[in-house]
Design a binder for this molecule. Sequence first.
Ligand code: BEZ
Ligand code: FE
Length: 306
Amino acid sequence: MRNLNEDNITRAVIAMHAQAKDARVQALMTSLVQHLHAFAREVELTEEEWFKGIQFLTDVGHITTEVRQEFILLSDTLGLSMLVTALNNKKPQGCTEATVFGPFHVEGSPQVPLGGDVANGAEGEPCYVRGSIVGTDGQPVPHAELQVWQADAAGNYDVQYARENGEHEHRARATLNADAHGDFHFKTIRAEAYPIPHDGPVGKMLEALGRHPWRPAHLHFMISAPGFERLITHVFRNGDRYLDSDAVFGVRSSLIADWIEHPPGATPDGGTSAVPFYTLDFRFVLNPVAAPTAARATATPRKVSA
Ligand code: BEZ
Ligand code: FE
């Protein structure tokens, strides 16, 4: 193939995918090439603009580390993460909706008993969270695992205080198990609005677009229980000024709840607080895993390596 021009180069590239080993890879890359080429044609991309784009992606790569995932941030701020979440989490009416995962989840957060302190020294106003986990039939989901994580009063996650060696304290994140009735409660700090990391190329992009980097105050949850789809979501704080301009497009009305302010005094855990404190109550509705179809149920299970 020679003498390719703007009219036939797209077909030529796609034809080269004919020998792809994996049909899904072929489909994904073919569609990606079609859309990329269509974009370049539509905006009449100049060579200078093309090179600026290359430089931008290079910068995104350079700033990315184990604890700073600028590519995810890019996907988040372009709405791609929320689009993929929406495409893959269509649930029946009444189920708790999913939202973006974000870059600050950490595997293996400390196990905290019900009623325990999730903040573990993170700065912030005291907050007592309680709630329940049910299925779509309203029946409790016993012993579901909850992973929770949130930013502190300064708007930072614990991983953003990582030491040179990449280690960090686990603060304002924990794993808990609901009780036999699907109920849970823990102590933490009040969620605050915070800006996503914006001192890198994504921050420059937002600035160029006249966009702010703020996320409305929220608490992250990942909830898992046998027989139910895993739920990755947030609960957002009612009244937050950024609810309608979240930098990563993650807000859903059904996920907004009241953080109720209380004067100093008796707290829900039977103690006393010398400062005002907050309470939050939220019910999560999980989607049962679809029953396998007859064909699938009788298929030979695929061997899973350890
Ligand atoms: C978060 O909520 O933790 C988050 C989500 C997307 C980008 C940055 C942070
Ligand atoms: Fe967050």
